[in-house]
Design a protein around this ligand. Structure first.
Ligand code: ADP
Length: 613
């Protein structure tokens, strides 16, 4: 633990930095940063033998290749990764490695970053990579925290940081309610620009945090919390640089002179946009996104449920309401442990030594405005009061059929309560509050376990039991939340671990492996995963001896015969790498395949090994 308060500079704002924080969130961001820094014991890591070269390159081959791209882009737009690795924090994040490393941070580290300023630059970089067989890895902002951050899967890849110089909002159409953006446009930036232009009738859809890019989040099939929450479903039109440098526009964008690129996603003929999401088939340089018309009002609400065992009943109550669109947004059912962690305090200051986690959480929850409970449902109804009220009535009747359910009156909640952060996000206003639970552990880092299941009580219980078993085995606190989509649920479990402690990292890693495998045995698959688990998850989607992966491989080999673009991302390996030992399997603890021995799972971040939920 740090001995005293550290001096913390203010985070950069959007005025001077494309990935900065909006001015109105500066104070909150500075507070979040100060808390995270005070909870940090590790410093930027000193390093040896730099830069880390991609496998197969000698220093002189790498230098020759780099000289060529420096010649093209200019020295100031190429940066060798030879400084100490600094994890920074959400707003001042690295583009060199995974700030929330599970293996050693050197393991998925880049050799250099290049900063294209135009589509032509991106094409030139791709052609350069083909010439030298250089692995490249595109990022938009690189804040894919919990899923690998900015880290490439292949060590020594050159990161293409698109966002730094390609961050224009090319169009906001207030009549069609659409926009067209470049990779470096964050949700914060888009929101601010819409306000600046005075388009009060336009909403955006934001994830829990607004610092990711609209493009990066959509390409990783992220979600937000208004009725426009499925970002891929709501996008329209892409411009893509293919792995050999050709440029293509999808949908109506292929028709010269069109004015419907952002209003009709399909165009004519096969629809390709999907193959550029969660893949390594192209670099997206522009994308259209639909914007939600302001519905004329909204009302967020919160219900608490008493007992752990209420879960199946709650889920059964949610299903018809969600499918029937009475519950209109991706709503969240959170365990109270998340609420307590969202207070932003370290575990060690919440749970007494020797106290069971459940007891500690209950004790703290009792002192919170809504009192003792186990599950908390956050939802929002949209439209003017006369449209909202009938829906709210139906929801109330359904939820209060569960014994002990209580509707919490928002007026009883203080202005800094987490509820109000949810209220902002669910009405399209980006926030930064969601990071507070990272303080639960020193050097707090997190990784997501995100399986999909039906909106059924027994599935929710079964998945949670699987996750609970593995968390117990590896002595981890469990933070479950169900995010309810139109006809399925994502169970999002956020493992918070101490990235400064090897045992804590290994516990999180092993727990992830165990959960993925066991869940797959029951037919539950992840919708998205951290880059270290992508081989494993891809291998669970193996109907008919991996027919789907065979299709991915054919597309990969056709589009990217030299295998330069993000090799291994989503478990898709180009021919030059395939079946040559690159795939990570169960026992690997680094990307070169060192086996992990089962050892002590008690880490110093936990008060005691008997404090299980
Ligand atoms: P964010 O902008 O939300 O921080 P990232 O830049 O971290 O998201 O990207 C998320 C994932 O999507 C990364 O794994 C990255 O490789 C991929 N990705 C991001 N931007 C692009 C892009 N413009 N083209 C292709 N893939 C991209």
């Amino acid at each position: 633990m740090s001995s005293g308060p550290k001096l913390v500079s203010d985070p950069p704002t959007l005025d001077g930095c494309h990935s900065g924080i909006p001015r109105n969130l500066l104070r909150s961001a500075a507070q979040v940063k100060a808390n995270l820094v005070s909870n940090q014991t590790i410093d930027p890591r000193e390093r040896a033998q730099l830069p880390v070269l991609p496998q197969g390159f000698t220093s002189s081959q790498f230098a020759t290749a780099l000289a060529e791209i420096i010649h093209y882009l200019g020295k100031q737009h190429v940066e060798i990764n030879d400084k100490p690795l600094d994890d920074g924090w959400y707003i001042e994040h690295p583009n060199t490695h995974d700030a929330f490393n599970l293996f050693d941070s050197e393991d998925t580290v880049s050799s250099a970053a290049v900063y294209p300023g135009s589509v032509e630059d991106v094409q030139a970089i791709v052609r350069w990579a083909n010439k030298f067989r250089m692995p490249i890895f595109p990022i938009s902002i690189g804040r894919n925290f919990g899923y690998g951050g900015a880290a490439p899967r292949v060590r020594g890849s050159v990161v293409i940081d698109l966002g730094r110089r390609m961050n224009r909002i090319l169009d906001i159409n207030p009549d069609d309610c659409t926009c067209l953006v470049e990779p470096g446009v964050t949700f914060y930036a888009l929101y601010e620009e819409i306000q600046k232009r005075g388009y009060k009738h336009l909403w955006i859809d934001v994830p829990d945090l607004g610092g990711g890019s609209v493009i990066g989040n959509t390409l990783d099939r992220g979600v937000g919390y208004t009725p426009y929450g499925d970002h891929f479903a709501m996008h329209s039109g892409m411009e893509v640089v293919l792995p050999r440098g050709h440029l293509v526009r999808t949908g109506m964008g292929a028709l010269p002179g069109n004015n419907t690129w952002q209003t009709f996603p399909y165009g004519f003929g096969p629809y390709y946009d999907g193959i550029f999401t969660q893949s390594n088939f192209g670099i997206v340089t522009k994308m259209g996104m639909t914007l939600m018309p302001n519905p004329g009002g909204h009302e967020s609400f919160m219900y608490t449920f008493e007992k752990e065992e209420d879960l199946p009943q709650i889920v059964e109550a949610i299903r018809p309401l969600r499918i029937g669109n009475i519950l209109e947004n991706v709503a969240q059912l959170k365990h109270v442990v998340q609420e307590v962690a969202a207070l932003g305090k370290p575990r060690a200051s919440c749970i007494h030594p020797g106290e069971a986690l459940t007891d500690g959480i209950r004790r703290i929850a009792t002192s919170l405005p809504y009192g003792d409970c186990t599950w908390i449902y956050y939802g929002t109804c949209y439209g003017p009061a006369e449209l909202r009220n009938p829906k709210l009535k139906i929801i109330h009747a359904a939820f209060t059929r569960i014994p002990g359910a209580r509707k919490i009156d928002p007026q009883t909640l203080p202005p800094d309560h987490y509820f109000w952060s949810r209220d902002r996000i669910c009405s399209g206003v980006p926030d930064i509050r969601e990071l507070s639970w990272l303080n639960w552990q020193p050097n707090g880092a997190h990784v997501f376990f995100s399986p999909i299941c039906p909106i059924k009580g027994q599935d929710a219980e079964r998945l949670l039991a699987i996750a609970g078993k593995w968390h117990n085995k590896y002595n981890l606190d469990i933070f479950p939340a169900f995010c309810v989509g139109a006809r399925e649920m994502h169970l999002i479990i956020n493992i918070v671990y101490d990235r400064g402690c090897e045992i804590s990292r290994q516990n999180a890693y092993r727990c992830m492996r165990g959960m993925i495998q066991e869940a797959a045995g029951y037919g539950y698959g992840e919708y998205r995963t951290h880059l270290l688990f992508q081989d494993q998850v891809a291998a669970t989607y193996n109907w008919k001896n991996g027919a789907l992966m065979n299709l991915h491989n054919s597309i990969k080999d056709t589009l990217d015969p030299n295998g330069i673009l993000a090799p291994g991302r989503l478990g898709i390996w180009p021919a030059a790498y395939r079946n040559r030992g690159w795939e990570l399997t169960h026992n690997d603890t680094n990307t070169s395949g060192k086996a992990l021995s089962e050892g002590n799972s008690v880490c110093h971040s936990r008060c005691a090994s008997d404090t299980k939920l």
